[in-house]
Design a protein around this ligand. Structure first.
Ligand code: 13P
Ligand code: SF4
Length: 308
């Protein structure tokens, strides 16, 4: 009974969002970690790279970003003339908060000439201090585009280590990490393997090194989905945030997916609800803007990545 009422409520909300979206000439972008009902009303669901590409090219007047703060900020950096809305203003990313512009300036002073590769999970101020941005799907390619050794990778130590290992290069790593992926342990993976011996283990590079060592495939959210789609295998143990299961079930209805741990839930990603999306469209707030002097410098780092 309760389930039916919830379903009806979600349908009503989805209808309201659809009508307001048309009225506001808005586009709704959602990350794969969002709640299923939020992914379902989005015009585009994707990984961080795909979402920033969409934000850069959309001709909609309003962008509703169903994700976390740094994603909406990237959209505002790339499309300053658009109204960029983040339905839940407190949806932040703890990893992005692990580095700040002042600490970076001090680092650059200490090591003159160091080039900074900045994972998009970072603030606009941090991007403005960086040479080039990357996402989990293009980190290897971005680092490959830079010559020499003096490269600092921020803020995700795990992604930096993973990319460095693939390239056989040494990078300076900032000690940041994703609090959600960090909750996944090697014991979780071994237990899941025991329960599902035929399953492939697929994980996000934000996972710790000992988890990545256990994986059959490591990739961005979009990479994990493509891998599962193209694989002959029928079962997968999934080492990333739970929201991805929604898309995996949609694109691979005949395959089985087991979340490697029930702790793989990012509270920030889950704080956006349909009601908040509706309210954002109604009130055109909370709006994300970036100071022009920061925006211009941060855009250079994002543009260098997008040009690749
Ligand atoms: P991707 O979608 O680029 O794999 O990023 C994962 C992530 O942690 C976003 O917060
Ligand atoms: Fe940040 Fe991790 Fe949540 Fe992504 S999943 S928003 S990296 S805390």
């Amino acid at each position: 009974m309760t389930h039916k009422i919830d379903e009806e409520m979600l349908q009503t909300l989805a209808g309201e969002v659809k009508a307001l979206k048309k009225e506001r000439k808005a586009v709704i972008l959602a990350h794969y970690y969002q709640r299923p009902e939020v992914q379902d009303i989005a015009d585009f669901v994707g990984d961080s790279l795909q979402l920033s590409q969409q934000a850069a090219k959309t001709d909609a007047e309003v962008i509703v970003f169903c994700g976390v703060h740094f994603m909406a900020e990237s959209a505002a950096i790339l499309s300053p003339d658009k109204v960029v809305l983040l339905p839940e203003l407190n949806a932040g990313c703890p990893m992005a908060d692990m580095v700040d512009a002042e600490a970076l300036r001090a680092y650059k002073k200490r090591i003159p000439g160091v080039r900074i590769v900045c994972y998009v999970n970072s603030s606009a101020e941090v991007k403005a201090e960086s040479d080039i941005c990357c996402t989990s799907s293009n980190a290897v390619k971005v680092i490959q585009s830079l010559q020499g050794d003096d490269i600092l990778f921020i803020p995700d130590e795990n992604l930096g280590r993973y990319a460095a290992k693939i390239l056989g290069r040494s990078l300076q790593l900032w000690p940041g990490y994703c609090k959600t992926h960090d909750r996944l342990t090697k014991e979780d993976i071994l237990k899941a393997r025991k329960e599902h011996p035929l399953a492939k283990v697929i994980v996000h590079p934000e996972c710790r090194e000992d988890i990545c060592q256990e994986a059959d495939y490591i990739g961005s959210t979009a990479g994990l989905i493509t891998y599962a789609q193209n694989s002959e295998n029928k079962e997968f143990i999934v080492g990333t945030e739970s929201g991805i299961l929604h898309r995996l079930h949609q694109v691979c209805p005949d395959k089985e997916f087991y979340l490697a741990s029930e702790r793989l839930v990012c509270p920030n990603m889950k704080s956006t609800t349909l009601a908040k999306v509706r309210d954002a469209l109604k009130t055109l707030s909370p709006r994300i803007t970036v100071k022009e002097e920061i925006r211009v410098r941060a855009k250079e780092a994002l543009d260098r990545m997008l040009a690749l």
